[in-house]
Write a protein that binds this ligand. Sequence first.
Ligand SMILES: [Fe+2]
Length: 176
Amino acid sequence: MTILTLCSENGIELGSWTDSAVIGEKLAAVGIDYQHLATRPLDDLSPEAVMACYQDAIANWQQQGGYQSVDVVSLQPDNPNAGELRRKFLDEHIHSEDEVRFFAAGSGIFYLHLNHHVYALTCTQGDFLSVPAGTRHWFDMGLEPYFVAVRLFTNPDGWVAQHTGDPVASNFIDAA
Ligand SMILES: [Fe+2]
């Protein structure tokens, strides 16, 4: 289930929402584009099937955001590099381009550090999120990561994390 939780910077919960329309409004108010596609889960989660199923939505997102390239990334809990991959995104960072994801399956938590608050969005199947370039954020795929996500890029080379050095994420993440 998709959940948006608003927290103080030191991790105190201030509010929580599960209705996708309300989540969209809350995030739009702070400049974040979130959408939910009410589609059935796919049986075939191959990149080709995911791209084919969501081709119209992907084309719209590409046009709206000027995203030149698209791919599908898949991570399974038994991936031997799961722990290393998880740690890679756990510290607060920014990118020089938007981080745009659509979850075709599985889940992951985006933490957006905005206006001295942290918006924690647990993304699940059907969720689209665009994190604008320069937004302080981090991502937790969990101890047993599982997701199949469409990624949209203006330039894949721009998606390199620049860490902020702010330890705020440690108030939210159990990195054990
Ligand atoms: Fe990121």
